[in-house]
Design a protein around this ligand. Structure first.
Ligand code: FES
Ligand SMILES: [Fe+2]
Length: 343
């Protein structure tokens, strides 16, 4: 069900402090904390003594102390102290996870720790680079993460779910292409001479008709980098375009819930705080609209799990289908079983 040998966003780095933070990823309960020296750590959120969650404890210096009987563990999960006795039981160890802070996010590796190479962390340097302005946020979706991947790989839904923000009917009508490139799926759509959707008018200042495009590059299990651009219709000089990237980090929580971290980065009017806030608020509203649809979808799927889930496919499903096939192949490869055929 889940890819484990990969880096996934578990938190914004700024969320990790000296107050322990409980967060579940792929069904695993994890506690995040920052030691006094500033090291961010991720441990299984279960004390090996009587299974109290360590997230109910507190950070003391370089250790986290269980809030029940006070056993202390270092950032690697080794127990260093047991109140009331001089010795530490040999089994008193908590599983630790590789955790790296990069580009304003905390990335966790749930799989084989020997394979956790930080060089494989996706490059999203725009999120903490001074040449880029960032509007970011978090949504919790009561839906399986693959429904969120489907949603992002088929942006035709902008026409129907987001017609008061980023979409209008021109999006769903425009042709698009889908390409498989190694372990990535790329979906691209050009939209010519369309009316600017409300959010575009405000964020770009292009109030007349526009040419617009978006490209989503999906890297399983849940990274979607959407490159968006627009310019007045008929403009031939691409330097007149205003572009932004919509970075979507989709991390499974449970089979029916998902963490959705996002950031919109831009290089125009980067000092305009009002614009940064407007984009954040507009995207929050936009993703609230997705949340309502996907949670309703999940409720219907969950009410009848034995039924073939999607009996009908239409043209716009090309990228979601490709994305699901690629993810299934990568999960099978990781499990050491023959990969399902890619179509
Ligand atoms: S449950 Fe943690 S010390 Fe007892
Ligand atoms: Fe959406």
């Amino acid at each position: 069900m889940w890819l484990r040998n990969c880096w996934q966003v578990i938190a914004f780095a700024r969320e990790i402090g000296q107050t322990p933070l409980a967060r579940t990823v792929c069904g695993e309960a994890i506690v995040l904390f920052r030691t006094q020296s500033g090291k961010a750590a991720a441990l299984a959120d279960r004390c090996p003594h009587r299974f109290a969650p360590l997230s109910l404890g507190r950070v003391n210096g370089e250790q986290i102390q269980c809030g029940y009987h006070g056993m202390c563990f270092d950032a690697e999960g080794q127990c260093l102290r047991v109140p009331g006795q001089d010795t530490v039981p040999r089994q008193a160890k908590v599983q630790s996870y590789p955790l790296v802070e990069r580009h304003s996010f905390a990335w966790i590796w749930l799989g084989d720790a020997a394979l956790a190479d930080p060089a494989k962390i996706p490059d999203v340097h725009w999120c903490d680079h001074p040449a880029w302005a960032v509007s970011d946020g978090y949504h919790h979706f009561g839906a399986n993460y693959q429904l969120v991947n489907d949603n992002l790989l088929d942006l035709s839904h902008e026409s129907f779910v987001h017609e008061d923000t980023i979409g209008n009917e021109a999006v769903a009508e425009a042709p698009f292409t889908v390409n498989l490139d190694g372990d990535r799926v790329r979906m691209h759509r050009d939209m010519y001479d369309m009316e600017a959707p409300p959010f575009y008018k405000r964020t770009t200042g292009f109030t007349g008709r526009i040419d617009r495009w978006h490209t989503n590059t999906f890297s399983p299990p849940g990274l979607h980098i959407i490159e968006n651009g627009s310019m007045p219709a008929g403009t031939t000089d691409r330097s007149a375009a205003l572009e932004r990237k919509v970075l979507n980090f989709i991390t499974p929580e449970t089979p029916t819930t998902t963490h959705y971290f996002w950031a919109i980065v831009r290089q125009f009017r980067i000092d305009d705080r009002e614009l940064t806030d407007y984009i954040r608020d507009g995207i929050t509203k936009t993703f609230d609209q997705d949340k309502a649809v996907l949670e309703a979808q999940q409720r219907i799927i969950g009410s009848d799990p034995d039924r073939a889930v999607f009996p009908v496919s239409i043209r716009v499903d090309a990228a979601p289908i490709q994305g699901r096939k690629l993810l299934a192949a990568m999960i099978a490869r990781e499990a050491g079983s023959p990969a399902p055929a890619r179509g």
